[in-house]
Ligand binder design. Structure first.
Ligand SMILES: O=C(O)c1ccccc1N[C@@H]1O[C@H](COP(=O)(O)O)[C@@H](O)[C@H]1O
Length: 202
């Protein structure tokens, strides 16, 4: 967290999915959120979580945004937005251009969309798998809402991903880890330097 904040991350994510190697307890999340508050947008990443679970995180951790990374319907996002009073972001799994169609339904209610790679067959994780997709399919996408690119990004390929997709926001997890679930400060700094160094056309 310190490395991400010091290197200028605009958003930081806290993982609330027990099967993930990045899962944090509520007390860990509170401590990390307190470090980030006022310096970066705090995002709570959830997967098909019920309203009670969201409320508990909201009361204790006070995130700015909930990231929905499961099969949540647009109506579930709308309910969370009203009941929690936070921003909501929907992750959409992409393998080819046809997967972009659902984005238009979510864009009505979500404050932001995240285009992540579809997980490999058999993966227990809906994200954080370090796999990517054809970044060029995001080029010229017009949603009238901000959107981010993720999936398999790392300090070596992020500049190319930004150039090919034309996006101005990127998200990373496993690409800044030295081993599964263990973040590396040097890789975080390198990623942010590479991402922030790219001039986005337009
Ligand atoms: O990282 C996880 O373990 C995870 C678990 C459940 C849902 C989402 C998860 N990660 C998110 O996936 C994307 C891309 O990750 P990567 O860079 O390909 O490793 C990112 O938004 C993570 O927050």
């Amino acid at each position: 967290m310190a490395a991400a904040l010091d290197a200028g991350a605009d958003m930081v994510g806290l993982m609330f999915f027990p099967k993930s190697p990045r899962h944090v307890s509520l007390s860990q999340a509170c401590r990390l959120a307190d470090m980030a508050r006022g310096r970066a947008e705090i995002v709570a990443v959830t997967v098909n979580m019920d309203l009670d679970g969201l409320s508990r995180i909201n009361e204790l951790v006070k995130p700015d945004t909930f990231q929905f990374h499961g099969e949540e319907a647009p109506e579930a996002l709308a309910a969370a937005k009203v009941m929690q009073g936070t921003k909501v972001m929907k992750a959409i799994s992409i393998s080819d251009r046809s997967d972009l169609e659902q984005a238009h339904y979510y864009a009505v209610v979500a404050d932001r969309l995240l285009f992540d790679a579809k997980p490999p067959k058999g993966s227990e994780l809906p994200g954080g798998n370090g796999v990517s997709y054809d970044w060029t399919i995001l080029k010229d996408l017009d949603l009238k809402k901000p959107f981010m690119l993720s999936g398999g990004l790392d300090p070596e390929n992020v500049a190319e991903a930004i150039r090919l997709s034309g996006v101005s926001e990127v998200d990373v997890s496993s690409g800044v880890e030295r081993e599964k679930g263990v973040k590396d400060s040097g890789l975080i700094r390198a990623f942010l330097a590479a991402a922030k160094g790219v001039k986005v056309p337009g």
